[in-house]
Write a protein that binds this ligand. Structure first.
Ligand SMILES: CC(C)(COP(=O)(O)OP(=O)(O)OC[C@H]1O[C@@H](n2cnc3c(N)ncnc32)[C@H](O)[C@@H]1OP(=O)(O)O)[C@@H](O)C(=O)NCCC(=O)NCCS
Length: 188
């Protein structure tokens, strides 16, 4: 449940989700697109959709959020990590929440979900390259203990994993439906 009472489902993103990604992207403001891609971005290319919707692996993992309270499920967010190099213990993250659903706690929920998946796959830190003016993502990272590690208009941030535990008051009941399978067993 988001802060406004809206119910969301968080699940993995896969090849069948291209239309949902297009639909979600169309709902982003120019500024959110700029902060996500660090440049103006009018349309997702086919190559980007291929990349963003490929099957999840230990190197690249994407989740998405759907608002389930309306007639058809509405895509409202995606979040992903990509290992910096194959097998590395650091992975770069990107989160995108449509503007109408920002500041409702969804970014935090996706961050926690993605972090749990990453830790179960041996990742020890998230990194992110952020525009100097991106107060939203800086605030989100700071909330979980993230720190800026370089200067400049585009600065690198690092967030050690696992994330600090939630306070006990909020831990007892699930905030939303989360469908993420456990990692594959070694050797299978
Ligand atoms: C950055 C982003 C992912 C944050 O997601 P969100 O769902 O709004 O985050 P939350 O509601 O969980 O906010 C968590 C905390 O982050 C901070 N925060 C979030 N948005 C903020 C803003 N616009 N200004 C200042 N602090 C902000 C606050 O501390 C907030 O806690 P609070 O609401 O209790 O004060 C979202 O704004 C977004 O998608 N922006 C556009 C794309 C982008 O910038 N992506 C990041 C590039 S990787």
């Amino acid at each position: 449940m988001l802060r406004n009472g809206e119910r969301v489902l968080i699940r993995e993103v896969g090849p069948a989700d291209r239309p949902l990604l297009r639909e979600g992207f169309a709902k982003l403001s120019d500024q959110s697109r700029f902060f996500r891609f660090l440049a103006p971005h009018r349309k997702l290319s086919e190559a980007e959709l291929d990349r963003f919707c490929k099957e999840n692996t230990d190197e690249h993992f994407a989740i998405g959020a759907l608002s389930t309270g309306v007639e058809a499920d509405m895509p409202i967010a995606t979040a992903r990590f990509v290992r910096v190099t194959e097998g590395a213990e650091e992975a770069e993250i990107a989160l995108t929440i449509i503007d109408s659903h920002q500041r409702l706690g969804l970014g935090s929920l996706l961050m926690r979900t993605l972090a749990e998946v990453a830790v179960s796959r041996g990742i020890t830190a998230f990194t992110a390259l952020l525009h100097h003016d991106n107060e939203g993502m800086q605030g989100l990272l700071k909330r979980f203990g993230g720190q800026r590690v370089s200067e400049g208009l585009e600065a690198e941030w690092i967030l050690p994993l696992p994330l600090p535990e939630k306070n006990k008051k909020t831990r007892s009941r699930p905030a939303c439906d989360i469908l993420i399978p456990p990692p594959p067993k070694p050797g299978l």
